[in-house]
Design a protein. Structure first.
Length: 299
């Protein structure tokens, strides 16, 4: 039967999610307890997180993440290999989402190698709308890049400079697919709840003393001795100057300085800013392809 997850389920859920991912790709990195907890507690505004249990064994996990700003519910499903029921999990998630957020777009995502999960998503009538890559650089540059005259990169004060961080994030990502701006108070509250944030991993690129670029590195792969670049943003008015590449190389060097063996990031392959080409130029290569599906949008 389905029931809400409990704290004492965490060990089983970590094993379940990692077994699910490893069955699709044996080289897939294990998720940490913090990453699973983040999924269970919600990425946005509200989350429905339920497990299916049979005789003390949890065989399925389903979450429905509510993003009120985008008017979207994102459904995620995990199952033990050879002992799960994706259709049953999606039925629960869709029933909950339609009851509470009937007018919201419903989304689901899967690894491109997970043909069974993809079939279950397509059986709902969802259509493919986006492709995302997880990219990794196995030999990141160890040296911090030389900066042009008048340009500096400095570590942000994690607590006192959140307003600058917020402004750069909202402005530099305003033209990206699916982006919805968030008020400072809403964004800051959620940011402070991020357990995998690196307090020393936020950097501002300044031109003549004015912040025009942003780099955010997090601890999402720390348990696997890997660095993770979460955000790189440059104000539209300052693009074309090579600042994106400088911030990327800075993030790589920062990760190496922390003792990490490699660096990863995620990218929307439809991004019109040329991010994929930039990452490939710096030595990043695709590791996983993620397919995003929607019930009300077409590619």
């Amino acid at each position: 039967m389905f029931r809400p997850w409990r704290e004492d389920d965490l060990e089983q859920l970590i094993a379940l999610c990692n077994a699910h991912d490893s069955a699709i790709d044996p080289e897939f990195e294990d998720s940490s307890a913090e990453e699973i907890r983040e999924e269970l507690n919600g990425f946005y505004d509200e989350v429905m997180a339920q497990v299916y249990e049979e005789e003390g064994l949890i065989t399925d996990l389903v979450t429905a993440q509510v993003d009120k700003k985008r008017e979207r519910v994102e459904i995620d499903v995990f199952g033990l290999p050879e002992k799960h029921d994706y259709a049953r999990s999606f039925d629960l998630a869709m029933s909950w989402a339609n009851e509470h957020y009937a007018k919201f777009e419903k989304r689901a995502m899967c690894n491109s190698r997970d043909t069974e999960l993809r079939s279950a998503i397509e059986a709902l009538g969802f259509l493919l709308v986006r492709r995302y890559w997880t990219m990794r650089n196995h030999e990141p540059n160890k040296s911090f890049p030389k900066l042009p005259k008048g340009v500096e990169i400095r570590q942000a004060d994690f607590d006192s400079e959140r307003a600058i961080w917020h402004r750069l994030l909202m402005d530099s990502f305003s033209g990206h697919y699916g982006f919805k701006p968030k008020d400072f108070e809403v964004w800051e509250k959620k940011q402070r709840e991020q357990v995998l944030q690196d307090p020393e991993g936020v950097f501002f690129l300044e031109e003549e003393g004015v912040a025009v670029g942003l780099l955010v590195c997090t601890n999402h792969r720390a348990e696997n001795s890997g660095g993770f670049i979460d955000k790189i943003g440059v104000l539209a008015s300052h693009r074309g100057k090579g600042y994106g590449e400088i911030l990327l190389l800075w993030g790589c060097a920062y990760s190496v300085a922390r003792g990490f063996k490699d660096v990863a990031l995620a990218v929307d392959t439809g991004n019109s800013t040329g991010a994929v080409a930039l990452y490939e130029k710096a030595g990043f290569r695709p590791m996983n392809i993620w397919l995003a599906f929607s019930d009300s949008e077409e590619l």
